[in-house]
Design a protein around this ligand. Structure first.
Ligand code: HEC
Ligand code: HEC
Ligand code: HEC
Ligand code: HEC
Ligand code: HEC
Length: 324
């Protein structure tokens, strides 16, 4: 870990306290003030970039939320979308400043005048106090503070040792906590160890766990001269409803294309499931969908797509089944 010669280290040790006191503003959080997420991004560069691209950064300014609250007029709705620190006994409280940052760094990390996180520090000095609060950062409870409905679904679907929200929604990554951007941060980073942390994108990365979200089987194929009937059995392999979410407009679209021995698609059948209509797939419970296709069909291509009001998000299942 020691990469500097002792004299250089000595000079640094003398300079750091003065440099660090200029970072006091990072923990200056009160009724009408708090540092910006961008300030955290000066050092935690990679985490900040991921956070900026996440829905959490849009929680206050997203068009769906503006519509649903008549531009923030419905006061009961605001707390979780621009919260103070979540370290409160009750529900999240609306903060007075920097609301446009939505669910921001300090919402999840600030407590008792320090930044709380899952790891012991290996840095030479921290520009802000650091507290280790491992358990809560590794627990679904943290997410459940705001994702109330999804958290309840998760509790019902899995045992307490099952995969947490973080396991699927915050991809593992090995790196240092900060990245060098200035003379001071270069020195700080030089003393930090890499460790296995997590990305702050919060969406499930496409192509990873998402492949295992749903499984499908074709069953009970019945042919007559004109048509072939069968059942498509879908099972949600996630520990929460699919789609999940207490708010917003999320859907799951199941597209079944009938394919002939050769040539173009014979017919396409589409069915959408909406959480708001209570149609979501329940974890582990098989759902049968009746499919009817022209009897010339020799195969079915099943595609499952997830989406929101703003459009499709991801294809989470695609497979071609031969028809016996
Ligand atoms: C000048 C650089 C700098 C700035 C600005 C900064 N931090 Fe840090 N932060 C650090 C260093 C260095 C550590 C210790 C990292 C280590 O040793 O792994 C740290 C540690 C942390 C930890 C503990 C992580 C863990 O390993 O558990 C959290 C949480 C944190 N910072 C959040 C923030 C937030 C939120 C802000 C903005 C309000 C912020 N930091 C601003 C440098 C900075
Ligand atoms: C302080 C409240 C709060 C906490 C804590 C919180 N979230 Fe969120 N989360 C929100 C809000 C509000 C949104 C909606 C953002 C928007 O308007 O698009 C959201 C959005 C999301 C989304 C995207 C939903 C979508 O449809 O795009 C995911 C995924 C997510 N959060 C996962 C997590 C995970 C995982 C955790 C725990 C590590 C967590 N959240 C902790 C409030 C929170
Ligand atoms: C086994 C992995 C897994 C676990 C555990 C898990 N999720 Fe998910 N979650 C997913 C997948 C896969 C999707 C679908 C992604 C999509 O539609 O884009 C999803 C979708 C969501 C969505 C809808 C928005 C979105 O990204 O599409 C929210 C919100 C969400 N999860 C929150 C949570 C919360 C909160 C927890 C913990 C209580 C949790 N999830 C636990 C895998 C998981
Ligand atoms: C919705 C809650 C949430 C938000 C918002 C959030 N974090 Fe985190 N953060 C977490 C969780 C959960 C972990 C623990 C991940 C793990 O187990 O390693 C974490 C881990 C960290 C760590 C430790 C390093 C690592 O990768 O595990 C640092 C540093 C950190 N966050 C800084 C920030 C900064 C800076 C921001 C804003 C740009 C931010 N966080 C926004 C929930 C959040
Ligand atoms: C307990 C915390 C909490 C409260 C209170 C809350 N929300 Fe949210 N909101 C969330 C979370 C978490 C999400 C993301 C996942 C979900 O829908 O569950 C979200 C997402 C949304 C979205 C979807 C944004 C998008 O574009 O995908 C809308 C719209 C929304 N909320 C509107 C509201 C309205 C309207 C109210 C008041 C009736 C409200 N919220 C109150 C936590 C909350």
């Amino acid at each position: 870990m020691k990469r500097l010669a002792p004299p250089a280290l000595f000079a640094l040790a003398a300079a750091l306290p003065a440099a660090c006191s200029s970072f006091d503003f990072l923990t200056d959080v009160g009724d009408a003030r708090q540092p910006a997420a961008e300030d955290c991004g000066e050092c935690h560069v990679a985490i900040y970039d991921e956070f900026r691209a996440s829905s959490h950064a849009d929680a206050w300014v997203g068009p769906g939320f503006l519509d649903a609250t008549a531009d923030h007029a419905i006061k009961d709705c605001l707390g979780c979308h621009a919260p103070e620190s979540i370290y409160t006994d009750g529900p999240p409280v609306l903060r007075a400043t920097r609301r446009e940052e939505g669910v921001t760094c300090l919402s999840c990390h600030f407590d008792g005048g320090a930044m709380v996180g899952p790891e012991d520090s290996s840095a030479l000095a921290e520009p802000h106090p650091v507290l280790v609060g491992r358990a809560i950062y590794r627990s679904s409870l943290l997410c459940g503070k705001c994702h109330e409905g999804t958290y309840r679904e998760w509790q019902e679907a899995t045992d307490p040792d099952g995969e947490t929200c973080q396991d699927c929604h915050m991809e593992r990554v090995t790196r240092t906590s900060t990245q060098a951007t200035s003379a001071i941060s270069t020195v700080l980073v030089a003393f930090e160890d890499e460790f296995e942390g997590r990305r702050h994108t919060f969406h499930v990365p496409l192509g990873g766990t998402i492949d295992d979200a749903v499984s499908a089987v074709i069953d009970d194929v019945r042919r007559d001269e004109e048509t072939t009937r069968c059942d498509l059995i879908l099972t949600n392999d996630l520990p929460h409803l699919m789609p999940t979410g207490d708010f917003g407009f999320r859907w799951l679209k199941i597209t079944t294309a009938a394919l002939p021995p050769s040539g173009s698609t014979l017919s396409v059948h589409e069915e959408s499931l909406f959480n708001e209509l209570g149609q979501s797939l329940v974890p582990g419970v098989a759902r049968r969908l009746a499919i009817t296709v022209p009897s010339r069909a020799r195969a079915l291509r099943v595609t499952v797509t997830t989406g929101k009001r703003s459009g499709p998000r991801a294809i989470i299942f695609e497979k071609t089944f031969a028809l016996p």
